[in-house]
Design a binder for this molecule. Structure first.
Ligand code: MCF
Ligand code: FE
Length: 402
């Protein structure tokens, strides 16, 4: 047992409660939150850790990250989605990270106070580094392939990578599945992946409604996608309507990533569908941002991912939240900061089906410490997001990472 004394606790519960003059007792889980003298009486042999100049907060959960795309040197085109997609398909092998790059990416993730990631795995090149790291990882093995003739090939490639993930499975390395997107995955392939997810009780994710080009393509079979697909000799008819694609995920725990061009969020299932927001990626690959108000009105759980370095300048959740504060400039600053902080912690944990993301008894002891700003409670989230470049300390499952 350990007892930690912070200056304030940002619980990230539903009411965004902030606690003062209390400590937490924890092992791999949080056991009790109470005044120090009470905890010392209950656990006289516990190790005492003094962080009385820090704010204790749940560690961040980065729900969408591509570690393998960490190595581009300017070859990728920014500003609009299709030029980016063309550039990543053209330079795909050059931007793939080797193990050293993946390790340094993992390190920057940890330094930002992140304990858990939802890692989209396209090739399986990041698995060993993730297993060896302290991170809690949900590995979304990606299915991709639009050709009817190559279904067996795409499925075989997918299953071999999924088997490799499964072989490494542990309580900190959790298999999951990804259907890349409606424009890149054949119906038969998607159905097989979803059947597997249901049979094995795995969570799923998909890039969805990321660009106007994607929406135009699915709704009207028009726009820039046709020329893009022709360029790579791919199927030049949409593979689904929007509803058809979305209904593949009925009854399945799914993270829908981006959703910038979703028309009606009421179509999603509040208890099983989660909206993953990648603010910087959306800015670099387009002009529109996700409507946080629409998501709140539909009662959906918001969570946040950095996406990969192929569409970001950083994998730090602090950088991502800072950018989001400026991107969503029509919302009152402190209110927005609280929404973002919850999305980056409890929202992410719910989306990844991890029992963390809140400072409360029985939750996993995944938490970060940040320098305590001299401010009122209602400003605390904004001040941490604005001022902190790295966490002061990070605990994952009760073990101190740094
Ligand atoms: O989320 C961004 C933008 N949307 C789609 N895909 C990716 C993103 N970042 C990396 N990717 C990967 C994707 O996983 O790009 C590859 C896929 O493996 C090529 S997309 C045909
Ligand atoms: Fe992505």
């Amino acid at each position: 047992m350990q007892i930690l004394k912070p200056k304030r606790i940002l619980t990230c519960d539903d009411d965004f409660t902030i606690l003062k003059d209390v400590c937490i007792a924890f092992s791999d889980q949080i056991v009790k939150i109470a005044p120090l003298n009470e905890l010392k009486k209950l656990y006289p042999n516990a190790k005492f850790i003094d962080f009385s100049d820090c704010v204790l907060a749940p560690a961040f959960v980065n729900t969408h990250i591509h570690f393998e795309f960490s190595s581009h040197k300017g070859q990728l085109k920014y500003g609009d989605f299709l030029p980016w997609l063309g550039s990543i398909m053209e330079h795909g092998s050059e931007v793939r990270a080797d193990e050293e790059r993946v390790k340094s990416a993992i390190n920057s993730v940890l330094k930002s106070g992140t304990a858990s990631v939802g890692a989209v795995s396209s090739f399986g090149a990041e698995l060993n580094a993730l297993v060896a790291s302290p991170l809690r990882s949900v590995i979304f093995t990606e299915a991709i392939g639009s050709s009817a003739e190559k279904i067996e090939q795409s499925w075989g490639w997918f299953m071999s990578r999924f088997d490799a993930v499964n072989a490494l499975k542990s309580d900190k390395f959790i298999p999951a599945l990804s259907v890349h997107s409606p424009y890149s995955v054949h119906k038969e392939l998607a159905k097989r992946v979803i059947k597997l997810a249901k049979e094995c009780d795995l969570i799923c994710c998909s890039h969805f409604m990321e660009s106007l080009a994607e929406r135009r393509w699915l709704e009207q079979a028009k726009g820039g996608f046709e020329a893009h697909l022709k360029r790579f000799s791919l199927n030049t008819k949409p593979l689904y309507s929007v509803d058809e694609f979305k209904s593949l995920f009925d009854g399945l725990h799914t993270l829908f990533t981006h959703c910038v061009f979703v028309r009606d969020f009421k179509e999603f299932d509040k208890s099983l569908h989660f909206i993953t927001h990648c603010p910087v990626s959306n800015r670099l690959l387009g002009k529109r941002s996700l409507s946080l108000n629409k998501i709140a009105r539909a009662g959906l759980c918001l969570n946040i991912g950095t996406d990969g370095l192929s569409s970001n300048f950083s994998l730090s959740m602090l950088d991502e939240l800072r950018a989001a504060l400026f991107i969503h400039s029509s919302t009152e600053l402190n209110t927005l900061a609280r929404t973002l902080f919850r999305a980056a912690t409890s929202g992410g944990a719910r989306a990844l089906r991890i029992d963390a993301g809140e400072i409360a008894p029985a939750k996993l002891a995944d938490f970060a410490l940040f320098n305590a700003p001299l401010c009122e409670d209602f400003e605390l989230a904004a001040k941490i997001i604005l001022n902190e470049k790295e966490a002061r300390a990070l605990f994952i499952g009760g073990s101190r990472v740094f």
